[in-house]
Ligand binder design. Structure first.
Ligand SMILES: [Zn+2]
Length: 198
């Protein structure tokens, strides 16, 4: 038999690895779940579904539970406009803002040479292939307004240059040094509206 204490400790250990959950919150959640079987089972079920079915979209690398994400499978979206972002959370930020009607390309992070994160870790090759397939008029580089985000955008624009596609960058005005997640809907809409050629 497993010791009940060990079980809770294991849960605490996993909870504290989650972003935004400190030891105190982890303890609160763990004890709440330990005392509410129905809730614990529903949460476990939801976590299983995520683990089993969520994967990168075949086209844009956004997270989805199908072959294509909801954005890529929407025929009303403008396939000529590609917005390049770092993470699936950035896609959510733009979608919440609700003004962008094109498609996305999720890089899977940004270049961080000092941490050994090179271009091979990102979906840059797939991005160039997507553009080469044709039908894309403009690529909007919407990496975060940080040194690394700017570096990633510059790198991507150099890779895209031989394809002849128009490459733009979000307008400044987003809080510098932060991630897109912190920008509100209006700020994102303005940054998109005021984008300029790279
Ligand atoms: Zn997609």
């Amino acid at each position: 038999m497993t010791e009940p204490v060990g079980v809770i400790e294991r849960l605490l250990e996993e909870l504290t690895k989650l972003p935004g959950i400190g030891p105190k919150s982890a303890e609160r959640i763990a004890h709440f779940l330990a005392g509410d079987r129905q809730h614990a089972v529903r949460l476990a079920d939801a976590l299983h579904s995520v683990a089993d079915s969520v994967r990168p979209c075949r086209e844009c690398f956004n997270l989805t539970d199908g072959e294509l994400c909801p954005v890529c499978s929407d025929p009303k979206r403008d396939a000529g406009l590609l917005c390049v972002v770092e993470t699936p959370r950035d896609v959510s930020s733009f979608e919440r803002a609700g003004t962008f009607r094109g498609l996305y390309h999720v890089l899977g992070g940004r270049l961080a040479p000092l941490e050994g994160l090179g271009p091979e870790r990102l979906t840059l090759t797939a991005l160039v292939q997507r553009v080469r397939k044709g039908g894309v008029r403009e690529v909007i580089l919407a990496t975060s307004p940080t040194l690394e985000g700017d570096g990633t955008a510059l790198f991507a624009s150099n890779l895209l240059a031989p394809t002849g596609v128009t490459v733009t960058r979000l307008a400044r005005g987003l809080p510098s040094g932060s991630s897109l997640e912190l920008a509100n809907a209006q700020m994102l809409a303005d940054a998109l509206e005021g984008r300029r050629t790279f």
